[in-house]
Design a protein around this ligand. Sequence first.
Ligand SMILES: CC(C)(COP(=O)(O)OP(=O)(O)OC[C@H]1O[C@@H](n2cnc3c(N)ncnc32)[C@H](O)[C@@H]1OP(=O)(O)O)[C@@H](O)C(=O)NCCC(=O)NCCS
Length: 174
Amino acid sequence: MKYSVKKAANKDKQKIVSMIENVGDSFVPKVRDRVDPGGYFTYLRGKNRKYLEEKYGNKIPSPKGAKMFTIKNKDELLGFASYYKHFEPFDGAYFICIMVTPELQSNGLGKTLVQKVVDDAKKENITKMSVTTWSTNENSRRLFESNGFKLNKTVLNERAPGVHGLYLERYFSS
Ligand SMILES: CC(C)(COP(=O)(O)OP(=O)(O)OC[C@H]1O[C@@H](n2cnc3c(N)ncnc32)[C@H](O)[C@@H]1OP(=O)(O)O)[C@@H](O)C(=O)NCCC(=O)NCCS
């Protein structure tokens, strides 16, 4: 399959939001119900701004503070991945999100995106990156583990009853 990986552009925003809306229902909890730690999704979708302001004051991470990459076939968005160079609750960089269009999953696109993020982080002299996922998301766990991330912590029932939060991290050597 032909594709290119690039820094996300403003013109990609609507397609990215649509992908978040579509794929986000498979997340636990669903993205549409989330006010997640960074408020990233909620911020992007323009919701719960007041809650975020109350909770995070002027420290609300915004999409502007994130680096995002898309994987595209010409103008068709196949997936995206994003990370924060610094993210307060975590000590270091934080891999915010990765999504690949459902019909094209398991074709190596996710791996390509993770490698892009890792390469970019290394260029930024980042030495440690964290990512969180959940216990029922085997594809995601496998994706990160096969790219050198190691499980650091499991928080039981964090995402939902019986669905545990998985905290993974990877250290980069210089
Ligand atoms: C998680 C996700 C991004 C993975 O992207 P992907 O393009 O399907 O992943 P890849 O094809 O690059 O596969 C990555 C690894 O997982 C393996 N893998 C992926 N899907 C698999 C499957 N269904 N069965 C077996 N192995 C699988 C691949 O073999 C590869 O391992 P390897 O590097 O050892 O060969 C994708 O499934 C997705 O968008 N899921 C929904 C959104 C989501 O859950 N995001 C993560 C939130 S933390």
